[in-house]
Design a binder for this molecule. Structure first.
Ligand code: 5GP
Length: 137
């Protein structure tokens, strides 16, 4: 498993999703528009596991929410909803998740939202990983 990344700028143009956006690496795309591209995860963790990424150069949700334009933010999140709908995930439900930085377990330093579906997804985090908030430890 690759080492987690920091999730903070600067943006690294050699990251794997930048290369997928430039078409240098193949992906199984399910959607693309002006603001976002969506493709199947190479190592699916559920029957449906799709990644939605903005076209812009943002490292993580922290970077995206701070620095993207209103049009990019609206366009991206509309694409996330549209992809889930077009994959038929709305009726049974699905999970949208983004990892940020080291403790968030982010591996690829280009902002992305995971869409999981097609089965009951269980707890948000494995029960064994539940710990008290930092302030109570
Ligand atoms: P993160 O841990 O950064 O939130 O998730 C990165 C995701 O990218 C992982 O689920 C991993 O399987 C996926 N991934 C890594 N490399 C590739 C690739 O080359 N192609 C595709 N389609 N997915 C990838």
């Amino acid at each position: 498993m690759p080492a987690p990344v920091s999730g903070l700028p600067p943006y690294d143009d050699t990251n794997i999703f930048a290369r997928i956006l430039r078409g240098e690496i193949p992906s199984r795309r399910v959607h693309e528009d002006e603001y976002a591209v969506a493709f199947h995860d190479i190592n699916p963790l559920a029957p449906v596991h799709v990644l939605v990424i903005p076209r812009g150069r943002y490292v993580s949700i922290a970077d995206f929410s701070a620095s993207a334009s209103d049009a990019e933010i609206a366009g991206f999140w509309r694409a996330v909803g549209r992809v889930a709908r077009e994959l038929g995930l709305e009726e049974r439900g699905f999970r949208a998740l983004t990892n940020m930085g080291s403790e968030g377990g982010q591996e690829v330093p280009h902002f992305h939202v995971h869409l999981f579906g097609g089965q009951r997804l269980g707890r948000m985090l494995p029960a064994a990983e539940r710990t008290a908030p930092a302030a109570e430890r």
